[in-house]
Design a protein around this ligand. Sequence first.
Ligand SMILES: Cc1cc2nc3c(=O)[nH]c(=O)nc-3n(C[C@H](O)[C@H](O)[C@H](O)COP(=O)(O)O)c2cc1C
Length: 187
Amino acid sequence: MSPKIAILYHSGYGHTERQARAVEEGARSFEGASVSLIPVAEWEARRAELDAADALVLGCPTYMGSMSAPMKAFMDGTGGIWHSQLWKDKLAAGFTNSGSPSGDKFNTLVGLATFAAQHGMVWVSLGLLPRYRDEQGREINRAGSFLGAMAQSPGADHANEPVEDDLQTARLLGRRVAEAAARWMKR
Ligand SMILES: Cc1cc2nc3c(=O)[nH]c(=O)nc-3n(C[C@H](O)[C@H](O)[C@H](O)COP(=O)(O)O)c2cc1C
């Protein structure tokens, strides 16, 4: 099975893009997976990749306690697709990044999952126990999230990269989505 995964993301300052690339790495680690990394601004130009995807992974920063505006604009632009239910039965998953440990990231994931449900997609959770150490000593799923992957890029003035533990959490989400898509395609 060669699952097609599309990762559609927004990133104002590049931090969530690092998280999106980590999701991409994880998905690519599944043999045979074909992965598209698509900035949300290109969604219409790259519509064919979205239509063809078996799984759609959505990610954006948390701004003012919810999803960033360009991600919401994309969602609002999919009304015609929603009406035709063209994306029904794709798998979907989500990730978000913000400055604070919480920063109300959960609200962003709820928005992403609700969008997927409106399109009739099937949501894939993070599937990782909270706060365990892997062999490299990284604290996986530091935030204790279940709905999707969370990352923190701490510091003022958008100075810092996402924490490596959180990037590894994002890789594991990407891998899980690719594995789930391969199983889903066999049904
Ligand atoms: C307009 C705006 C609103 C923000 N709101 C939040 C917030 O609600 N919670 C939080 O923890 N961080 C918040 N931040 C910080 C960003 O989430 C953080 O800098 C993140 O790493 C930005 O990701 P990006 O580089 O992909 O845009 C906000 C930043 C901006 C610019």
